[in-house]
Design a protein around this ligand. Sequence first.
Ligand SMILES: [Zn+2]
Length: 60
Amino acid sequence: MVEGFLPAESQNLGGVATWIAGVPQFGFLGSVKTDGKTAHKIRMFRCIKCGLLESYAPDK
Ligand SMILES: [Zn+2]
């Protein structure tokens, strides 16, 4: 497992939530810097019996 994070602003673009590799670093305006970092779109699965969610961030 490697550390990553979910930038809050990526959730507001009408797209798919994205996982970013590494530790978040912040610009001087307080926004998180994601340029140059590896990004993976998140795929999420839900159990139809109990509602449990599992998330994956595959390479492709
Ligand atoms: Zn279940």
